[in-house]
Design a protein around this ligand. Structure first.
Ligand SMILES: *Cc1c(COP(=O)(O)O)cnc(C)c1O
Length: 407
């Protein structure tokens, strides 16, 4: 029997047993088609072709290119290597402008290519890099922009492309969050010089580990294919310094299986999102990020913003949820510019990043997806209500929340 959370004494934070019997994680894999996956695995073993641009990888690339509406899709072993290869293949040198409010792999990929990351601030309206901040960050050494489409929304693609054209910069999008999402009605995948996806197990669409670079540029696609495979242009013929970015057949098999259930997962995510919103919107000081509402979004991230007007701090709310076994997460706290090596290399970077710093203190990402136990949303609601009002009964006249009335 699940406990009821009606007053602050019922909170696991205050010593009561947790509401959820087992940990509920953010980013549990969306695996919806086990039989299909196992059929592909048998097929791979029968054929005894495990990697090196095998038939499953080729099939996945073709289906992804069709789905995304882009000429070339080059599958990779993961999103980070895909980013590095895209950054290198587009010819970025010197300095590259990117957001700090992104997963640290975006910054690391720039830095592993020997380039200097310049962090630009984000906009509150979409949590993505602010084109005006990009303009301010440009120096004579700047050669590229790596912009992250966050939460399944998209960057201001058109403004960024204008800036890139004006200043002769390369533009790559980190689209790790944006698989299946649209901008101006067109699926993410063909914007900028190239877009980079991650198919990591935690992502909306997964191949266990995996990723891809997509582009409409034939010459760039050719170069990226060479770089993915040590620079081999034929048997014994190497024409480029390359690395090993190849996707295995098993990863492609998981990708093919999961491609068949994208709509199902998207619909489930949308329903979870709507349920969270209905549960949390009436609580003063809490709201879900609502980004690009006129576009298709995968709702893989349920982003809760804890405003200063909420009765408790973001970290108290997070601790209260964690105590109930709901392992919600801060994202992207504390921001790449406060992680190493960037914090030491650029100790003053935060001065130009006020919105990044403020938002990273407010966001909690809540667990969602097909594996979410249905009770979770009710528990999150009750915990939030108890923290906001002192008890979970919805007050008839929701007044101003009383600060520090619980913890
Ligand atoms: C997941 C992620 C990556 C890294 O992808 P991997 O496949 O895990 O290497 C890069 N950028 C963003 C924004 C991500 O969310």
């Amino acid at each position: 029997m699940q406990k009821r959370i009606s007053t602050s004494a019922d909170l696991a934070l205050h010593g009561a047993p947790p509401a959820m019997p087992a940990p509920v994680h953010v980013g549990r894999p969306n695996v919806t088609n086990r039989e299909n996956f196992l059929w592909h695995v048998d097929d791979i073993l029968d054929r005894n072709w495990l990697t090196n641009n095998g038939p499953k990888v080729c099939e996945l690339e073709q289906r992804l290119a069709d789905y995304l509406g882009v000429r070339h899709c080059i599958a990779m072993c993961n999103g980070t290597i895909a980013l590095e290869i895209a950054i290198r293949a587009t010819g970025m040198t010197g300095e590259v402008i990117l957001p700090s409010y992104t997963f640290v792999a975006t910054a690391h990929a720039v830095s592993w290519q020997g380039l200097r990351p310049l962090f630009a601030d984000i906009r509150l309206q979409d949590h993505c890099i602010d084109p005006e901040a990009v303009r301010r960050a440009i120096t004579p050494q700047t050669t590229g922009i790596v912009a992250t489409h966050l939460w399944g929304g998209t960057c201001d693609v058109d403004a960024l492309q204008d800036i890139a054209d004006e200043h002769g910069l390369k533009l790559v999008f980190d689209a790790a969050h944006a698989f299946g999402c649209s901008h101006g009605g067109q699926r993410v995948g063909s914007f900028g010089n190239a877009e980079v996806f991650s198919f990591h197990a935690t992502k909306f669409f997964n191949s266990i580990e995996g990723g891809a670079v997509t582009t409409n540029d034939d010459a760039l696609a050719e170069k990226i294919r060479l770089m993915r495979n040590f620079g081999f242009a034929g048997v014994d013929k190497v024409i480029h310094p390359g690395t090993n970015g190849k996707m295995t057949e098993i990863n492609a098999a998981m990708g093919l299986a999961n491609l068949d259930s994208l709509t199902e997962v998207m619909d489930t995510n949308k329903a979870r999102y709507a349920a969270y919103r209905a549960a949390l919107d009436p609580i003063p000081g809490l709201r879900l990020a609502e980004i690009n509402t006129r576009e298709e979004r995968n709702h893989q991230y349920v982003v809760l913003i804890v405003e200063d007007s909420f009765a408790q701090s973001r970290d108290t709310l997070l601790a209260a949820l964690t105590a109930e076994n709901i392992l919600a997460r801060k994202y992207f706290w504390p921001g790449c510019h406060r992680m190493e090596p960037y914090a030491t290399q650029q100790p003053d970077a935060g001065q130009a990043l006020p919105i990044t710093e403020a938002l990273s203190e407010q966001v909690i990402v809540l667990p969602t997806g097909p594996t979410l136990p249905m009770e979770t949303i009710g528990v999150v609601r009750d915990v939030c209500r108890v923290l906001a009002f002192g008890n979970a009964a919805q007050p008839r006249h929701p007044g101003r929340a009383q600060r520090k009335n619980v913890a």
